[in-house]
Design a protein around this ligand. Structure first.
Ligand SMILES: Cc1cn(CCC(=O)O)c2ccccc12
Length: 161
């Protein structure tokens, strides 16, 4: 069984993330999306909310499941018995950091990293940019699934932004 892990914060999931996850689901028997629990950073959405939004967005794929994790990515890969990490690369600027992480992960646990170029449609997208634009009333409906758009609007309204 060939499994791959797709790690991230997903605060919230964007269409760029979903493009990579969907493409990975066609390459592997199973894709485990790993939502990172970062105790030192309070996100706009809780980890459980992020997981729920991801589950709704990926429910159509029969071989994608969503889990949370904290600590080393390679330890999570070991837990779910995945030998490969799949990462989306948006631009050359992503590569420098990702290369170091990939080399470390091979050294730590022999975990390989598959880099997938993002669809040019989404190469500018990030959760941070989507949140910032939405906060100021910009239309992000082309960049996130409808249920995420609704959640964004509700959360920003509740925060009074
Ligand atoms: C392009 C891209 C960035 N990331 C990290 C996202 C994050 O840390 O929230 C991804 C995770 C899965 C699939 C594609 C991507």
């Amino acid at each position: 069984m060939r499994r791959a892990v797709c790690p991230g914060s997903f605060d919230p999931v964007t269409n760029g993330h979903l493009d990579i996850i969907g493409r990975a689901s066609r390459l592997f028997d199973e894709v485990i999306v790993g939502v990172l629990i970062n105790q030192s950073k309070t996100g706009l959405f809780t980890v459980d909310e992020r997981i729920e939004m991801l589950r709704e967005a990926t429910g159509g794929y029969g071989n994608v499941r969503i889990e949370s994790f904290q600590g080393l990515l390679v330890d999570f890969c070991r837990t779910v018995q995945a030998a490969v990490v799949v990462k989306g690369l948006r631009a050359v600027s992503d590569f420098d950091y990702e290369l170091k992480m990939a080399q470390m992960n091979i050294g730590l646990a022999g975990v390989e990293t598959l880099f997938m170029p993002t669809n040019p449609l989404y190469s500018f997208l990030s959760s941070s940019l989507v949140k910032e634009v939405a906060k100021w009333g910009g239309d992000v409906s082309a960049h996130v699934p409808d249920h995420v758009l609704d959640a964004l609007r509700d959360r920003l309204a509740a925060k009074g932004v």
